[in-house]
Design a binder for this molecule. Structure first.
Ligand SMILES: NC(=O)C1=CN([C@@H]2O[C@H](COP(=O)(O)OP(=O)(O)OC[C@H]3O[C@@H](n4cnc5c(N)ncnc54)[C@H](O)[C@@H]3O)[C@@H](O)[C@H]2O)C=CC1
Ligand SMILES: O=C(O)C(=O)[C@H](O)COP(=O)(O)O
Length: 381
């Protein structure tokens, strides 16, 4: 068995080492020649899988260790009879935690705002449930869901009137509700004064050129972009204008990446009829210092400090803006720099790995900590 894999997939040997020979390559520029002899292709979102890559190759299984599948030509794969799969929900917690960390960074207490969620699947749905558990009023836009799925469904124009709007749709260009440029100038101009817009889905769901124009017209909006049109070549003028920027790492928790590899491993074993001997539980290292102590202060101050201790989102912003400056001074290549920031992203563990000393047993802060996944540690723990 010949396996060709993106070099950025974690624990490849641990999961797939007994399944065959593994060749690791950079995923962004895979060629048909490199793929020709492989039986299985294990990728991430940066590899476009279509006829150009797979025609006249032996590939019979494609696994993307990601949620998004917009980089797969699914119609082609089905016509060829090639089995393909993604890792649904693998890093949903990671993205939700990114949203909370971003709002903490912007000093925007979500518990006192109305939140609009566009796309309420694994990620948007998890955000919706966690916010609802905190008593936050949410409006959701998702034309593929029914009231039975989500009692807070609303029209897009109503969701765009919320104080905080978070995007969690796939990038689609066909079908009844294509999401490409879902938010263009007309929609962006509907955002209320002082609104916060976050895009952690796919860059092209927002017309980035229109967003730049609106940000030039309005200085009251706060925009958080983790995903960008044209990645890895992003708009530097837009980078300058947004309030918080990161290089497509919202889903990059260590836990989420491992779950992605594990999910593709199990799908791979099922396809090839192999024993599923590797275990995510055994291969996931525990967090060593997982006890955190709440600082003194208001609930909001304590929450901001706690989340900031687990995830320093400001460093993601700082690194990307530093890259932008280096590119403007012609010292580095933007595409290579963007990919390098992602390749060398530091380990970030999800909130559920941490126990919080001094956490209240009940009340609004206890509800929020539980909704965010933190565990309460007793002083004798
Ligand atoms: N920034 C990052 O690191 C990450 C980004 N993502 C992106 O987030 C997307 C969503 O992830 P999941 O929630 O797990 O996917 P999902 O497939 O579980 O949910 C997507 C939801 O969006 C809805 N939707 C589709 N088209 C829509 C439209 N035009 N308007 C409104 N809603 C629409 C669907 O009905 C579905 O409920 C992924 O497809 C991926 O592109 C996912 C993980 C990490
Ligand atoms: O899971 C998804 O969908 C994502 O957007 C991932 O964060 C993509 O990560 P890479 O595959 O681009 O490393």
């Amino acid at each position: 068995m010949k396996i060709l894999a993106d070099e950025n997939i974690p624990l490849l040997e641990a999961f797939f080492g007994d399944c065959g020979t593994i060749t690791r390559l950079p995923g962004r520029n895979l060629t048909r020649e490199q793929v020709r002899e492989a039986d299985a292709l294990l990728i991430r979102s940066v590899t476009r899988v279509d006829d150009a890559l797979l025609n006249e190759t032996a590939v019979q299984f494609v696994g993307t260790c990601t949620i998004g599948m917009d980089h797969l030509d699914q119609r082609y794969l089905e016509q060829r009879g090639i089995t393909y799969t993604n890792a649904p929900g693998c890093n949903a917690n990671s993205v939700v935690e990114y949203v909370y960390a971003a709002l903490c960074h912007l000093d925007v207490d979500w518990r006192k705002r109305r939140v609009g969620i566009i796309g309420c699947g694994n990620v948007g749905g998890a955000l919706y449930r966690a916010l609802s558990a905190q008593g936050v009023q949410c409006l959701c836009y998702d034309p593929l869901l029914s009231e039975a799925d989500n009692p807070d469904l609303a029209e897009l124009e109503d969701v765009l009137q919320c104080d905080i709007v978070s995007l969690h749709t796939p990038l689609t260009t066909t079908g009844p509700h294509p999401s490409r440029h879902l938010l263009a100038k007309e929609q962006l101009r509907q955002l209320p004064p002082g609104a916060v817009l976050l895009n952690c889905g796919r860059g092209a769901v927002v017309d980035n050129e229109a967003l730049l124009q609106v940000l030039r017209e309005r200085d009251d909006l706060q925009v958080v972009l983790d995903v960008w049109e044209g990645e890895p070549v992003i708009s530097l003028p837009l980078l300058e204008r947004v309030s918080l920027a990161s290089p497509h790492i919202a889903g990059y928790s260590f836990d989420g990446k491992l779950k992605g590899t594990a999910m593709i491993y199990h799908a791979f074993c099922r396809h090839f009829g192999l024993p599923e001997s590797a275990s995510l539980v055994e291969l996931t290292p525990p967090v060593v210092d997982n006890q955190l102590r709440l600082v003194e202060g208001s609930d909001w101050q304590r929450l901001r400090a706690l989340i900031g201790e687990v995830y320093d989102i400001e460093d993601d912003d700082r690194q990307l803006r530093k890259l932008g400056k280096q590119v403007r001074h012609h010292r580095v290549d933007l595409a290579k720099g963007f990919d390098s920031l992602r390749k060398h992203y530091p380990v970030r563990r999800e909130f559920g790995n941490y126990r919080v000393l001094g956490a209240p047993k009940k009340g609004p802060l206890a509800d929020t900590l539980a909704a965010l996944g933190f565990k309460r540690a007793n002083s004798i723990d």
